[in-house]
Design a protein around this ligand. Structure first.
Ligand SMILES: Cc1cc2nc3c(=O)[nH]c(=O)nc-3n(C[C@H](O)[C@H](O)[C@H](O)COP(=O)(O)OP(=O)(O)OC[C@H]3O[C@@H](n4cnc5c(N)ncnc54)[C@H](O)[C@@H]3O)c2cc1C
Length: 422
């Protein structure tokens, strides 16, 4: 039987193994760490359930993820966000303000959208696109925090087309973001997660994939030949007919000697979870973001206990620190990150009580930045890949779990269709 090796046991690698389950091939998955899941790890501490990586998903935007959850038999574990989680806040000019109130002064500029022309198709940064369509103020006060919340990135560098493909598409098709929004059918804004945390998706995949899994197996070198690929790990060497690399862009670039991949800018993120033994936060909502203009290493916080009140009766927050404007965060100690989060809880939310539980997760150089020119770069990378080697991961089409699944599924079905090596 022909052999396929997958390098990397995060959601990208595991989902490839899942999508290839019906192909008559022998699948091996090699993971550097002692556990599977990559950044997708759920941690229980006392009364709290915390996500080290992805926290929530939007129902209307995650058809692949929902399908995977159903196929794995996890539908009964789905939990949905509270109504209040629709409310979002910004920390600006010394106070937490509802997002809609910060929109009011921007309304005249936002109204320009109705008369805006269709895009020329030229690739622009988020800042350039939004300043042209609305105003600089809309770019800085609205799109900057939204971009920080998703990519922890810089609106002046990120590509509108690659980072917000739906908005970009609406601009191309209808000329107007509003018209595109109202014509699109994706109106279900509920957020969801899994009862036992998103790590239960990883556990289910681990159980149900048809692959030989080797953890603590770091791939250190790859040698492609015309008829096979040799993969060397820290323990031994393997050969296969097709290799799929499901690691970060930097690691894929290092293993394949492709500097274009290694050079993709990535933002570092630290998540700090704080748990309190009382229900002490009266404001309900999803959480808040801190715009770049505030020059704060704290990007914002998710109000977990308000998003999913069914999970806990006490109070739980996740603070996100770092991002593209604060790369220094990765040199901070755990204690320093916790202090920054506690300070933010006090300054932004007025909470002076000490948390009873704390947890920190470092994600150095993690979030790929889909900068202007990203799709051209990836077209060039695609052409450089040796025969019999493919790459999946969050640096191709987008950073979300849904984007990773889409890439993994498209790639797996083309491999299954071609089945050139079977
Ligand atoms: C704090 C945070 C919050 C997030 N929130 C959300 C969210 O709410 N919603 C959402 O959709 N997305 C979110 N994301 C993004 C999303 O979680 C990630 O983009 C996605 O999980 C990446 O999965 P992956 O499998 O591609 O990469 P990873 O999870 O990084 O997995 C790659 C795996 O490859 C392994 N590996 C690397 N090198 C080697 C090697 N040489 N040999 C063997 N194995 C190797 C690694 O150990 C790792 O296990 C968040 C990310 C972070 C960091």
């Amino acid at each position: 039987m022909k052999k396929v090796i997958i390098v990397g046991g995060g959601i990208s690698g595991l989902s490839v193994a899942w999508y290839l389950r019906n192909l008559p091939v022998e699948i091996s998955l090699l993971e550097r760490k002692s556990v599977l899941g990559g950044v997708m790890q759920s941690v229980r501490k006392g009364a709290f359930l915390w996500e080290q990586g992805p926290e929530v998903f939007k129902w209307s935007r995650c058809p692949e993820l929902i399908c995977l959850i159903q196929e794995l038999g996890l539908s009964q574990d789905l939990i949905f966000s509270s109504e209040e989680a629709k409310r979002r806040y910004l920390y600006v000019r010394g106070a937490l303000r509802p997002l809609f109130s910060t929109l009011l002064p921007l309304l005249p500029a936002l109204a320009k959208d109705l008369w805006a022309k269709k895009g020329s198709g030229e690739e622009e940064s988020i800042y350039d696109c939004i300043s042209r369509r609305y105003s600089r103020q809309v770019a800085i006060e609205l799109f900057d925090p939204i971009t920080l919340g998703i990519y922890a990135g810089d609106i002046r560098k990120l590509s509108m087309k690659a980072s917000f493909p739906s908005l970009y598409g609406w601009q191309q098709d209808y000329g107007s973001f509003y018209k595109g929004f109202f014509k699109s059918k994706k109106k279900d804004s509920r957020l969801f997660s899994l009862k036992g945390g998103n790590g239960s998706l990883i556990a289910a995949l681990q159980k149900q994939i048809r692959a030989t899994v080797s953890t603590s197996s770091e791939v250190i070198a790859i040698t492609p030949y015309a008829d096979q690929v040799i993969v060397a790990t820290n323990h031994r060497a393997f050969s296969c007919d097709h290799l799929i690399i499901a690691t970060s862009s930097r690691e894929a670039g290092r293993l394949l000697h492709i500097p274009l991949l290694q050079e993709i800018t990535r933002a570092s993120i630290v998540s700090v979870h704080l748990g309190y033994d009382q229900d002490l936060w009266r404001k309900k909502g999803f959480g808040y973001l801190v715009p770049t203009s505030e020059n704060d290493p704290v990007l914002g916080a998710l109000w977990n206990s308000s998003i999913f009140p069914q999970r806990t009766r006490v109070t739980s927050f996740t603070f996100l620190l770092g991002g593209i404007h604060h790369p220094e965060i990765i040199g901070f100690s755990e204690e320093a990150c916790i202090s920054l989060a506690i300070r933010a809880a006090k300054k932004h939310m007025g909470i002076i009580k000490e948390p009873v539980e704390k947890q920190v997760a470092f994600h150095p150089h993690f979030l790929p930045q889909l900068e202007v020119g990203h799709s051209l770069r990836m077209d060039r990378v695609q052409k450089m890949l040796p025969a019999r080697i493919s790459c999946v991961g969050n640096y191709w089409e987008g950073v979300s779990v849904e984007d990773c699944l889409k890439r993994a599924k498209n790639f797996s079905s083309s491999l299954t269709r071609l089945c050139t090596f079977c």
